[in-house]
Design a protein around this ligand. Sequence first.
Ligand code: FE2
Length: 474
Amino acid sequence: MSAVPTPQASAVPGRARGFLSGAREIEDAEVGVRGALPPWLRGTLLLNGPALWELPGGRLEHWFDGYAMWHALRIDGTGVRYRSRFCASESYRRSVAAGAPVYGEFGTANPAGLIARLTSPKVTDNPAVVMSRHGERWLSVTETPSLTYFDPRTLQTLERLDLGRREEPMHLMSAHGFTLPDGSYLNVATALGAKCEMKLFRLAPGSVHPQVIGRMRMPKSGYTHGFGLAPGHALVWETALRAQPLAFRFGAKSYADNFRWDPEGGSVVHAVALDTGGVRSWRIPPMMAFHATQAWADGGDLVLEIAIYDDGVVFDDLRLERRRAGLPMRSRMRHVRYRLRDGRRDAEPEPIAGAAIELQQVHPERIGRGRARVCWGAGNGERGELFDCTHRVDLDSGAVTTWRRAGATHLEPLFVARPGGTADDDGVLLVPTLADSDETTVVGVLDARTMDCVAELRAPQIVPFGFHAAFSAA
Ligand SMILES: [Fe+2]
C-alpha cells in the first residue's frame, strides 16, 4: 500500500484549511472569549462533521465522507471549555484498524469485493451530518438508517440502533429528522427495490421500533437529505436526482454516484398527515434540495420554503479536491416557496425575496407549530466562494442584513432562543467561521436581530468544516 499523506496546510489556501484532516481529540481546553457573551447563554454548542479523510492506505474523496468528530463548546457563565472526540462508528474503527476505508461513503466507492457486496451488503454508519434529540438522549446520523447515540457532555459513543429490518426494510434515511414535542424522533426512510418506498416513521422515546405513519411509492426514489414539518403534516419532496436502486444496494459505486439527474421525471412534494398517514401529492418542476427553511399551513394550503438547485452539480462542487483548491461553486441555490393548494395537483416555485441561503435556520419553536417571519443562512460569494457570509432574511419584506468576517468561510448559523423571549429573532446565532488569517476556528456570537457580532469564541484548534450544529441546555 502506498502512503496517502494529508496535504500540508501550507499547500491549501487559508480558509480551505477547514477541509483538512488533522483535528485532534482534546479532553479539555480553554476557549478564548472576546466581547461579552449574553449572560443567559448557558449550555453546550455541539458541532459535528467530517474530520479525517486520509488513512495510510487509502483516502476518502468527498467533503461529506470524512470520519465524524464531535466537538463541544461548553458555556457555563464562568468561561467556555472545549472537548473533541471521534465517533467510534463501525466505519471509523474498522477503517482505522485496516489502515484504509472499508466502507463506501457518500463520494467514495465501496471497496468490498463483488461476493461480499452481494452476500452481505453494508452501508456506512459514519454519522457526520446531523445531531438530534430522541427523548432525553442525543443521536447522530448520516443518510443511512443507523442512529448512533452519544453523550453530549463526554462525547462518548454509546450504542447504535439500525432501523432497517427484514419485515420493514429501510436502506436510506434523511439526515434531518425532527424531535416532536413528546420527544419522538420523526424521520423519512427509503426502501430500495424494484419499486421504491419512502416511509415517514416515528420512534417513540426509549423505543427501538419505528412506527411507520405514512408510505409513498415511486419507481425510483429521489435523493433525500431533509423534509419539512408543518403543523399536522410532514412535507416530503422527491428530488430529480434519482436512485439506481439495485446498484445502490449491491454495486461498488459511491452513494453519490448511484444518483442520476432525471429532469424528465420532474419532482414531487408529498404531504403526509401525521394523524392518519394520508398522503397528498403535488407535481413540481425538477429540482434538487438539501434543506427546508420551514413549512407552514395557511388555511387549507400548505407552504414549503426551501433552498433548491436546478441540477445535481452541487454534489461535484463539494468534492474534497475542489474544496481544498478553493474552486468556485458552479451550482446556484435559490430560495423559493411552494404553495401546495388544496385540490390542486401541481405547484410552481415562487422566489422568496432577499438572499439565497443554505443551512437555513428559523426559531425552533416555530417548526411544526406555526410560521417564522425571519430566517438565517449561509450565503455564497459573488465569485462563487462557498459560504462567505451569514444572512438574516425577513420573510415578509425580503429585507436582508448580512454579517461577514473578511476572508472567512461561515458555517451554519445556529439560532439559540433567549429563554422567555417571544419574538422570532430574540436570541443569538452561533456561527463557526475560519478566515484566511485565523489560527483556529472562530465562533461568532451574533445578535440574531441586528446581526451585530457581540462576542467571538476562539477554539483551541481548527474545527474541520461540518454541516450542522446543535445546542444542549445541559
Ligand atoms: Fe443538512
